[in-house]
Design a protein around this ligand. Structure first.
Ligand code: XMP
Length: 513
């Protein structure tokens, strides 16, 4: 895929962290591809990788259906780093012994180095590592050296410098392994001798080239929401095939102030994207009339979106590809089967049943959110768009508590706009992870110019978080809050009270509905 560049292959044995390993390699400025362990050796070698990383996996090497590889790969002289199952597999194939550990190791353990080795260059002699295994090496093959241990795992790391084979029982790719990034860097730079000249621009160029080849002269359709993921996906395709891509942007009337116009201006006027804006504001409001239950709101919005999208797509006729801005964490999240439904998330891009297309293209499916942002920047999207904070698919409908009418949405848009503007003025725009106003359904008594008022209460929410799964309320300075509150009650009609939400998630959620 990237013949002129250094390549590292992540060979997947079913490990849950394969994309995280790939991401670590990209972070180290080296191009990386994830391949199945079933890929024929000749095919892997033909890619001329600088190194290969074997992932972990749920199997045990002795099981009948345990994933195996052709031993030729181990004799190829290409440096290989095995992680967990990947390490055990090499030991097993080369004549060592893997046995059930006396004690299953799970969680943070102290990694003690027993030998100095380039794999552990600049790594502390004792550091925390993340373990998750039941089996481990009890006997190493000839020419293998133990490099590290933990209390219960005698071979936590090993090397065979003759065959360029290395292994770790712990997971260097996860955050909990203190020296993990350094160990992986050492493998890439000290052992594989990579130069590290890969950049996101290269990824953009290769992806665009691949999309060009795949799409040829066929037609592509994309649902554009103006959010980071769908915008980056659409721009990639646009740069690959121009007007063969048609984007449908459904304005549901639940967007922030001026947002619909901004999306249209940027993509249609500035980037000359083939964009159809569907003004479906009235339809959405009509469907939401009298609905107060948050889950019902979400379902109605999700369904209405699909119907509007379908109707518009049918006007275009048959398309060959449908683009989705799915990113890697979406794939992990939708794979979780046991989680209770707290909120049914609606993301633009749920699959329409009545659109005639042959195949889905997901150009971002291997990337993490911050990588998508970097990619967006590399292909020329403006900062305000790629740095955009999360905005839920159901939009302001879940920030107007209770029933939704246009007047309430308009009030909220004004209050939210003031909040956004003042956080920007205070230099907090990118410090607070997510912030927005909520129109509570609560009216309270106030006094304005000697007159009694009975108006709405606006709640302000501002949180710090890394992934939205947990969050804490952000300590916005009081004077900034005072100024925002003052502006809102003075500038937004029908509002006479402003409160700041000081609950973390859990027990609250970030959005109010
Ligand atoms: P909650 O409210 O569940 O939100 O704590 C966590 C994060 O997810 C966003 N969110 C959504 N995103 N569709 C989305 O794409 C949705 O339906 C949705 N609901 C919540 C929320 O803004 C926060 O960042």
């Amino acid at each position: 895929m990237n013949p002129s560049k250094e390549l590292i292959i992540v060979l997947d044995f079913g490990g849950q962290y394969k994309q995280l390993i790939a991401r670590r390699v990209r972070e180290a400025n080296i191009y990386c591809e994830v391949k199945s362990y079933q890929t024929p050796v000749e095919e892997l070698l033909a890619l001329n990788p600088k190194g290969i990383i074997f992932t972990g996996g749920p199997s045990v090497v002795y099981e009948d259906d345990a994933p195996m590889i052709d031993k030729k790969l181990l004799a190829s002289n290409i440096p290989i780093l095995g992680i967990c199952y990947g390490a055990q597999l090499m030991i097993h194939l080369l004549g060592g012994k893997i046995e059930a550990a006396e004690k299953r190791e799970y969680g943070k353990k102290t990694l003690l180095l027993t030998q100095s080795h380039p794999l552990f260059k600049e790594v502390k002699p004792a550091s925390l590592c993340w373990m998750s295994h039941t089996y481990q090496a009890s006997n190493l093959p000839k020419n293998f050296t133990q490099l590290a241990k933990t209390d219960h795992c005698p071979v936590a790391a090993f090397s065979n410098d003759i065959q360029h084979i290395y292994g770790v029982q712990f997971h260097p790719e996860v955050e909990h392994t203190e020296e993990g990034k350094q160990i992986l860097r050492n493998f890439l730079y000290e052992i594989c001798k990579c130069k590290g000249d890969w950049k996101m621009d290269d990824f953009a160029q290769t992806t665009i080239q691949e999309l060009k080849e795949k799409i040829g002269d066929k037609k592509v359709l994309c649902a554009l929401s103006g959010g980071v993921d769908s915008s980056v996906a659409a721009m990639l395709i646009h740069q690959a095939v121009g007007h063969q891509l048609t984007c449908i942007f459904v304005d549901n009337g639940l967007l922030r102030k001026d947002e619909g116009d901004q999306v249209e201006k940027l993509f249609l006027e500035q980037f000359d994207l083939q964009l159809i804006r569907v003004n479906a504001q009235d339809l959405f409001l009509d469907k939401l009339k009298g609905i107060t239950d948050p889950e019902q709101k979400r379902k109605i919005i999700g369904e209405t979106f699909i119907r509007v999208f379908e109707a518009e797509a049918q006007k275009i006729g048959k398309v060959d590809f449908l683009v989705q801005g799915t990113i890697y964490p979406d794939i992990i999240e939708s794979g979780t089967q046991n989680a209770a439904v707290i909120k049914s998330h609606h993301n633009v891009g749920g699959l329409p049943e009545h659109v005639d297309f042959d195949e889905i293209i997901e150009p971002l499916k291997d990337l993490f959110k911050d990588e998508v942002r970097a990619l967006g920047k590399a292909i020329g999207l403006p900062d305000y768009l790629v740095q955009r904070q999360p905005f839920p698919g159901p939009g302001l409908a879940i920030r107007v508590i209770g029933d939704i009418v246009k007047e309430k949405l308009d009030l909220l848009r004004e209050a939210d706009f003031i909040y956004q503007e003042e956080l920007k003025n205070a230099g907090l725009e990118f410090k607070v992870w997510q912030y927005f106003a909520v129109l509570t359904n609560l009216k309270t008594v106030g006094v304005m110019g000697d007159e009694r008022t009975y108006f709405y209460t606006i709640a302000l929410r501002g949180v710090s978080s890394s992934d939205g799964m947990t969050a804490d309320w952000y300590r916005i300075p009081h004077e900034v809050l005072a100024h925002i509150s003052n502006r809102i009650v003075n500038e937004v009609p029908q509002v006479n009270r402003v409160v700041y939400d000081i609950t973390s998630k859990p027990p609250a959620t970030i959005e109010w509905e």
